[in-house]
Design a protein around this ligand. Structure first.
Ligand code: FAD
Length: 225
């Protein structure tokens, strides 16, 4: 991802509509990717466009996605153009008109050519990264077997063409609506981790890092009003 200047990364990832909400700052983009938990990944397949929700991991300037060998999106997107979006909705924004209703959000769009990861070391490292995107648990699980690794496809998407959009703040009402007798304001959306629930076959206590999730904001603490 280009650092230093924060210009758009490519013409097709240049935000045109709502451009004042755009950011190409790597720190902003990495912050949103770190706070998000699901990517919606799109690819054009032989039988039409396909979008799948997927977990992901970020290592440097690469987004890793994984799944079963049979996963249709990973098969089609292994050496193809894909688009991945990560969206965090921080609040509902109510205007005096439904036309001006909005949402506060942080979103990232990544476009580019994905490649299938074939190097064994990168494959395992990518799975480690994906596993630990939300909380570090690699060391508190049995390591993957050779068969499990063979059954898992990993694709890598470079973060070369990336855009982010961020909306914060109150509703924007038209001046002509100033006297309209309606409430206008915001309702924040806060998603927090709950208390861990033991499986019946749990054979150890809750790992401290997992226990530490309880009460934490799933999407970080960067939302603002
Ligand atoms: C939760 C949520 C709900 C939304 N709901 C709607 C809706 O119902 N209707 C609607 O019109 N818009 C909605 N938007 C905004 C939408 O994502 C687009 O930004 C907007 O529609 C402009 O689209 P466009 O193709 O005209 O953008 P353009 O500015 O022409 O897009 C050009 C490029 O800008 C980048 N870009 C555009 N939007 C985003 C984005 N959100 N995040 C990161 N990069 C982006 C992409 O790289 C894209 O290829 C929503 C956004 C979020 C996060």
């Amino acid at each position: 991802m280009p650092a230093g200047d924060h210009a758009p990364h490519s013409p097709r990832t240049t935000v045109r509509r709502g451009a004042k909400r755009a950011t190409y700052d790597p720190a902003d983009i990495h912050g949103i990717l770190a706070d998000g938990i699901v990517a919606h990944v799109a690819v054009v397949t032989e039988d039409g466009p396909l979008v799948m929700p997927m977990v992901y991991g970020i290592a440097g300037d690469t987004m890793y996605l994984h799944g079963a060998l049979a996963n249709s999106l990973l098969r089609a997107g292994g050496d193809a153009e894909v688009c991945a979006t990560v969206t965090i909705v921080d609040g509902l924004v109510f205007a005096k008109t439904s036309f001006n209703h909005s949402m506060n959000y942080r979103s990232v769009v990544v476009r580019g050519r994905a490649r299938v990861v074939t190097d064994e070391g990168e494959h395992v490292a990518a799975l480690h990264t994906i596993t630990e995107h939300i909380v570090e648990t690699w060391d508190t699980t049995r390591p993957p077997s050779a068969a499990e690794l063979r059954a898992t496809r990993v694709i890598a998407l470079p973060l070369d063409e990336v855009s982010a959009k961020v909306r914060t703040g109150p509703a924007v009402n038209e001046a002509e609506d100033a006297d309209q007798p309606f409430w206008t304001g915001q309702v924040p959306i806060v998603t927090v981790f709950g208390a861990p629930i033991d499986n019946a076959d749990a054979s150890a206590g809750v790992p401290p890092r997992v226990a530490g999730l309880e009460g934490r904001d799933v999407h970080g603490d960067t939302r603002s009003s």
